[in-house]
Write a protein that binds this ligand. Structure first.
Ligand code: ADP
Ligand code: MG
Length: 611
């Protein structure tokens, strides 16, 4: 073992401690009587000195930032009284280049070379401060981002709002303090609460860091706000929390609602439109109303919905229809009504007219609305018009012909009389000839009056000759059909205030119907009776098959006919004429017994005063 002296031992121990002191990460400084007597490497580093020699003997005050002289003096005072070290406090020091160093400083009183001294332990916090400052800056940055972002941001923990940015509180109309007292779900409308809870729970369970959030919120004033955004689960204060950012989409939602309402309105309107309507989307039938179903000949709209509208037209029309459809969809105008023939599912062909227009945004789509019109009735009345046109043309022709016949008839009559005078031994033939010529003249005259235009001229006229002239026209037809016309007048010879031509037309219609009811022959009886009630009753009775009950209700409506060549206008016109004469016309019928038509007309005893 090497023997060393006490001095040497001490020297070795001092070296060891010196080494340790120099290796300390914190600065160490000793000063005595106001001047620096020792400093370790770390301190030299803090103040930027290159060696101990540079600072030794310098006054300590040189290194204390003048803002801290006062607290430093207080520290010294403390150390004079106390042996315990001071707490670590924040100080600013000057370094060798007149820069500032931020430190934390502890002081303790010591002895140095037998003299009272102060030892300072200096911990450089500049870096930490800088870091803190930058952290604070970042914090500030994030905070200001949060506060100024134009979206609502909130953090919820276990249903409590632990953070909400000003935008969110403004959105909902709460102050920030009020928000913190609320549960997260106080902001969600009642009807959507469970839905939102489920979404959040699902998100949490699946650990999704992003999921969409969409809900109807409720504001402080009770009004609704529609929100859309994202949320994620974050760790906040060591707890899993819900971070959400939301945007106010009320405007968008309102617009969508408006569109939906519009669509509903459309649907309602379409349902109430009293026209047959079909809605199609690119040719596919979306909707048909009841009236359209009648035209198409279906009872259930399911039979056509989803089918192509083109199926209802003949193949050869398909291309033009497609073209028309395209032009409709690119225009705002409705097409004029166009005649088309549709093929009903039962195979029947229908004459229809079609007009179509584009409808925007029906259930979110642009669709085509077509209005149908049944042309069958119109076609039929057109035909009838044509026929009555023909009839009146024939009537006029007949009048012309009648006129032509009348003149030769006059000649014939004259010569017949001349001949009968020349051959008195054969009076019988001439009488027949003369009577027949009279009959022809009568009929021809009647033709002429019927064909004459009808002026509604009313006069007091005896009824019997009016009836008689009609009978003479119909007699021939009656004989041909083996029908006997029996007439009975009650000898009252009533006068009626009437339009002769019109009354003739009525009797012609009614008696003709009676004859036509008995194609196998029979009897038509006519009776004219003046009643005490001031009316004359004209009764026309036939022995035909009668009119079934369901039909008799309809008779008198236009075009109701059971005859192949009938017009279904006779009774209607007759009734109108009789009503214009302040009379009545009634049909009664018994199956297999015949039909009775009873006409009443007011009797005119005296000519009405014309004044
Ligand atoms: P049209 O004679 O042209 O058919 P009308 O209006 O005169 O038109 O008559 C309508 C229908 O009423 C007839 O088609 C027929 O079915 C029925 N009808 C009218 N009169 C009689 C009658 N005397 N007997 C049986 N049916 C009748
Ligand atoms: Mg008739």
């Amino acid at each position: 073992m090497e023997i060393v002296g006490v001095g040497e031992q001490l020297r070795q121990s001092e070296e060891r401690y010196q080494h340790l002191v120099h290796m300390l990460p914190d600065g160490l400084l000793v000063y005595s009587e106001g001047a620096i007597v020792f400093a370790n490497h770390a301190f030299l580093g803090i103040v930027g000195a290159s060696s101990l020699e540079e600072i030794i003997t310098l006054p300590i005050k040189n290194f204390i930032h003048f803002d801290y002289w006062e607290p430093f003096a207080a520290t010294i005072n403390y150390l004079i009284r106390e042996t315990n070290p001071t707490n670590s406090v924040y100080y600013k020091l000057h370094d060798m280049n007149q820069g500032t160093v931020e430190v934390e400083l502890r002081a303790v009183s010591v002895k140095f070379d037998g003299k009272p001294a102060v030892q300072l332990i200096v911990h450089d916090v500049s870096d930490q401060k800088r870091m803190e400052a930058s952290l604070q800056e970042k914090d500030y940055l994030y905070k200001s981002l949060m506060e100024n972002v134009v979206a609502g941001v909130f953090v919820g923990h276990k249903n409590n709002i632990v953070y909400a940015n000003p935008y969110l509180s403004e959105m909902f109309g709460y102050s920030e303090e009020e928000l913190f007292k609320l549960s997260t779900y106080d902001l969600v409308s009642e009807e959507e609460c469970n839905k939102v809870k489920a979404v959040v729970l699902d998100g949490m369970e699946r650990g999704m860091d992003h999921f969409a959030l969409k809900f109807k919120g409720i504001k402080k004033d009770g009004s609704f706000i529609y929100l859309e955004g994202n949320s994620s689960i974050i760790m906040f204060n060591g707890q899993p929390c819900l971070l959400g950012t939301v945007q106010d989409v009320t405007f968008k939602e309102e617009k969508e609602r408006l569109l939906r309402d519009n669509a509903k309105l459309y649907q309602k309107m379409i349902k109430f439109v009293p026209e047959p309507i079909v809605l199609t989307d690119e040719g596919i039938i979306l909707y048909v109303n009841k009236l359209a179903m009648q035209i198409i000949g279906i009872n259930d709209d399911a039979e056509v919905i989803g089918k192509s509208a083109f199926d209802f037209f003949h193949d050869t029309h398909r291309d033009t229809l497609k073209e028309t459809m395209q032009s409709i969809m690119s225009s705002d105008e409705a097409t004029p009504f166009q005649e088309r023939v549709i093929i009903r599912p039962d195979g029947q062909l229908m004459d229809v007219e079609l007009s179509s227009i584009r409808i925007n945004n029906y259930m979110g789509k642009d669709v085509m609305l077509s209005v149908l019109r049944d042309l069958t009735d119109r076609k039929r009345s057109e035909e009838i018009l044509i026929r009555s046109e023909k009839l009146s043309a024939i009537g006029q022709l007949a009048a012309g012909v009648a006129h032509e016949i009348r003149n030769p008839l006059t000649a014939l009559k004259g010569f017949t009389q001349l001949l009968s005078a020349k051959y008195p031994e054969q009076p019988h033939y001439f009488t027949i000839m003369s009577n027949e010529i009279d009959r022809i003249t009568l009929i021809v005259n009647e033709f002429m009056t019927l064909a004459k235009p009808h002026f509604s001229q009313f006069h007091n006229e005896p009824l019997e000759p009016i009836l008689q002239s009609v009978i003479s026209i119909l007699e021939t037809q009656a004989i041909l059909l083996n029908v006997e016309l029996k007439v009975h007048y009650d000898q009252s010879h009533p006068m009626v205030y009437c339009n002769v031509d019109q009354l003739k037309q009525v009797f012609l219609n009614i008696i003709k119907n009676a004859i036509e009811a008995m194609p196998e022959g029979g009897e038509v009886s006519l009776s004219v009776t003046t009643m005490k009630d001031g009316y004359v009753h004209i009764r026309i009775k036939d022995g035909g098959p009668g009119i079934p009950e369901d039909l008799i209700k309809k008779i008198g409506e236009p075009f109701v006919t059971t005859k192949e060549k009938g017009t279904g206008l006779g009774i209607m016109i007759s009734t109108r004429i009789i009503e214009a004469h302040k009379g009545t016309l009634q049909l009664s019928s018994a199956i297999n017994e015949g039909t009775v038509v009873e006409i009443t007309l007011p009797i005119q005893e005296l000519p009405p005063s014309l004044g």
